[in-house]
Design a protein around this ligand. Structure first.
Ligand SMILES: C[S@@+](CC[C@H](N)C(=O)[O-])C[C@H]1O[C@@H](n2cnc3c(N)ncnc32)[C@H](O)[C@@H]1O
Length: 197
């Protein structure tokens, strides 16, 4: 029990929607395991930020921000069902979430998406990442995220690390502001914060 508790991160003083937490307890608890990309994000990102949630899944962050647009090709909870690489922003954004969504296939595919990110972002924009380290999500997590019609069985994951972050930020005009272990328990994830130059 003690062990489980020390793996849970519950930040204080973050903004909530007027109704309080609006997502199910089951899903909420899933995100306590991420030290940086769980509810800690609600202390990092102001409530009035203009947020594009890339690969939003169940669009769980929507109620916590005044102006958030979630895109996801495979989840009907998205504001728009579209692949990130096919989406040209229809409005202004200053904050981007890529939480477990720019991870897939291989370096070439990820690089194509980052090149797209560099084209649609402006100086000073911030990108918050949860990055896969090459390990699959557990079945129960996939279920809880409500990613029902997206079958990751044969999908390979790009193994993010510090070197790949440095390579992409240098090549595509970003600064790497933060890089941390987000969840040390398997499957390990990294947290990264980039800023557009
Ligand atoms: C591990 S889930 C993470 C969902 C959500 N961001 C979260 O933190 O719970 C990965 C998401 O990326 C989405 N995805 C897969 N390929 C994508 C693409 N090309 N563009 C945008 N999203 C994509 C999937 O549909 C899925 O919802």
């Amino acid at each position: 029990m003690q062990n489980t508790l020390t793996k849970m991160y519950k930040p204080e003083n973050f903004h909530l929607s007027e109704e309080g937490h609006t997502i199910e307890k089951r899903v909420q608890s899933l995100y306590y395991k991420y030290r940086y990309t769980g509810f800690e994000l609600l202390r990092q990102i102001p409530r009035d930020a203009k947020v594009l949630d890339i690969g939003c899944g169940t669009n769980m962050w929507k109620p916590y921000f005044d102006d958030l647009y979630g895109i996801d090709p495979y989840n009907e909870a998205a504001d728009e069902m579209i692949k990130f690489e096919d989406y040209t922003p229809h409005k202004e954004f200053d904050t981007y979430l890529a939480l477990g969504s720019i991870n897939f296939y291989n370096k070439e595919y990820v690089e194509m998406q980052i090149e797209h990110l560099s084209k649609i972002t402006n100086g000073g924009d911030t990108i918050f990442w949860r990055q896969n380290t090459g390990k699959k999500l557990q079945e129960k997590d996939i279920k809880n995220m409500g990613v029902n019609n997206w079958t990751p069985n044969n999908v390979k994951y790009f193994p993010w690390d510090l070197e790949s972050n440095k390579y992409f930020v240098d090549k595509y005009g970003f600064d790497l502001l933060e890089f941390e272990i987000d969840n040390e328990k398997s499957p390990m994830r990294y947290y990264a914060k980039w800023s557009r130059k």
